[in-house]
Ligand binder design. Sequence first.
Ligand SMILES: *Cc1c(COP(=O)(O)O)cnc(C)c1O
Length: 427
Amino acid sequence: MATEITLTDQFIDLEHERGAHNYHPLPVVLDKGEGVYLWDVEGKKYFDFLSAYSAVNQGHCHPKIVQALQDQAQQLCLTSRAFHNSAFGPFAAFITTYFGFDKVLPMNSGAEAVETAIKIARKWGVKKKGIPQEQAQIVVCHGNFHGRTTTIISFSDDQVARKDFGPYTPGFISIPHNDIKALESVFSTNKNIVGFLVEPIQGEAGIFTPDEDYLRNVQQLCNDHEVLFIADEIQTGIARTGSLLAVCGNCSCESSCLRQPDTFAAPDILILGKALSGGVYPVSAVLANHDVMDVIQPGEHGSTFGGNPIAAAVATAALNVVKDESLAQNARKLGQLFRNAMNEYIKNSDIVTLVRGKGLLNAIVINDSPDSGTAWNICMALKENGLLAKPTHGNIIRFAPPLVMSEDELFSCVDIIIKTLSTFEPN
Ligand SMILES: *Cc1c(COP(=O)(O)O)cnc(C)c1O
């Protein structure tokens, strides 16, 4: 009897044969998306619980963002910045006002924006702090994830990301995350530090939320030692953690959350990507005030596509959706409900150790070795039951649905997750 080759198998085989093997995807081939839902090529419907690593906060194919893309695409797509275009200036004014900074430098991917921040910080160190050439140091955290370029993997401690890709870029010092003493110590022993690059909540590492006062203390220490506080909010920003930015702390961002002195840990450089695109078209951005951003002069940095008209239109629409649909508040409310439901389950569970996170950036830790296949097998079973999630670091499963989810939909998802986990309980 000939075994039937499904459409899914055909697409996966083609990708495996002709695409580089730089990812290990779950074996599902997606074909359509709308809001919190995805459909595969067989027509099966799923809840998306990854949101393309938090790039799709506004939900799949949001009509207003897609419309902005279509409208701009029919008018003007790309000029490069050899010339001015009529979309970038208004976008720059919009995004800087939205986040409360003087200036923006637009790029495309997250990693490029991180590279941009590194270059700005180094040059700022030379010009404003008088650090000798090629001596600037940037402090980063153990377990960081900032992207995949040669320089960025140079200060990663993930051996998979790093091994065999040397020689590495020098100029980085790594300390533990959420350790203000370690930061103080490195600041007071090294006079060449120009920046502290940090994820406010470590995403890829497994959703590690620092102590409540950590980021405010970071800001204070950076200020005291004349070091730039560089917040990588590529994953945590744009409403994901229940505030417009994770550095907003517990401010609910109803109105002018930013710069509320009692909650806001103001970064000197803010790095955005992922959901700035609305999950539609790659856009990243680096925001800073004049004194920092003005160190960059013509010819010193850029990208052919950075600040292109489509990106400007898409990002503007994506940020408008976040405010118009109160996505931060929704993430905050649903996140609390989600963790409550999971904690209730965990009380009597042997397979799940804990749930942690903030807003709708959460993870559960599976009670098995990171080398075991258990978290992967749970994700496979979740897929069968109509929900897509992915393990990170072996035994951790990240749960990050689009922020446009309703309470009813969230409870349907909780049912699927609990029903699936139950089948993995011993006995
Ligand atoms: C995803 C991510 C990046 C890299 O973004 P790309 O668009 O994949 O290059 C950088 N920093 C953080 C915190 C991220 O989550």
